[in-house]
Design a protein around this ligand. Structure first.
Ligand code: GLP
Length: 240
């Protein structure tokens, strides 16, 4: 694991954007694995800025997002499809038909997960997978559990995640209780995994990431098995 500790969130965002921009410059038809949540927003803003200045070109880039709530319509302003459009895709020269997010309004969610995993498998493979981390160590919506499903699947959100994500919804009851998420093996197929952690609320999860154990009780720890994992933390997220 390569660990980069930054002074603050702005520096973390700069570093993350630089690493992704490097991939895009070196491979104009790269496949990016993308994440939602508040943590990657700064990096997305910088990528939009670089694209606006003509420094990077997204016209041949393909993207796969990690997860989506279920059920939710893509027009709902809390859906991850909406989030990606507003925070990145609407501001860069990407072909929207090459941006993939699991469909939160699919009639048959299990079939949608199979379709998504098959699409990932048919692709040339994710070059870099950007990730945030849940306070409980979840990745995408792979929540702590005794057993984890390795591929894209339907999952139930834990109370801790519903609580954490309720800040974006009018009321807690509005948070969907299920989600479609890539599994830890789908994620680990990426050539490089770039994990971002910012703020004190992530300190415990980061501390588990930095100790020597791997456990499904903290799905992020499974990433330690990946040969090219980069963890960027700000000082607040770093255990003392
Ligand atoms: C959500 C997402 C995760 C994300 C996590 C942390 O539950 N499914 O992909 O990493 O939240 O979000 P934040 O960056 O807002 O703390």
């Amino acid at each position: 694991m390569r660990l980069i500790v930054c002074e603050h969130y702005d520096e973390l965002s700069d570093r993350a954007a630089e690493i992704i921009a490097e991939v895009v410059k070196n491979k104009p038809d790269a496949i990016l694995g993308l994440a939602t949540g508040s943590t990657p927003i700064g990096a997305y803003q910088r990528l939009c800025e670089m694209n606006r200045k003509g420094e990077i070109d997204f016209s041949r880039i393909t993207t796969f997002n990690l997860d989506e709530y279920y059920p939710i319509s893509p027009e709902n302003d809390q859906s991850y499809r909406y989030f990606m459009n507003v925070n990145l895709f609407d501001h860069i020269n990407i072909d929207k038909s090459a941006t993939h997010v699991p469909k939160g309004d699919a009639a048959d969610p299990e079939a949608e997960c199979r379709r998504y995993e098959a699409m990932l498998d048919r692709s040339a493979g994710i070059d870099i997978q950007l990730l945030g981390i849940g306070q409980n160590g979840h990745i995408g919506f792979n929540e702590p559990d005794r057993d984890l499903v390795t591929v894209t699947h339907v999952t139930s959100l834990t109370d801790s995640t519903i609580d954490a994500n309720s800040r974006f919804f009018a009321k807690r009851e509005d948070v969907p209780t299920k989600a479609l998420t890539m599994g830890m093996a789908s994620i680990a197929k990426a050539k490089t995994v770039l994990l971002l952690a910012s703020g004190k609320s992530k300190r415990e999860a980061v501390s588990r990431l930095l100790d020597e154990t791997v456990t499904t009780d903290c799905p992020a720890t499974l990433l330690k098995l990946h040969p090219d994992l980069i963890l960027i933390c700000d000082k607040d997220a770093m255990p003392e």
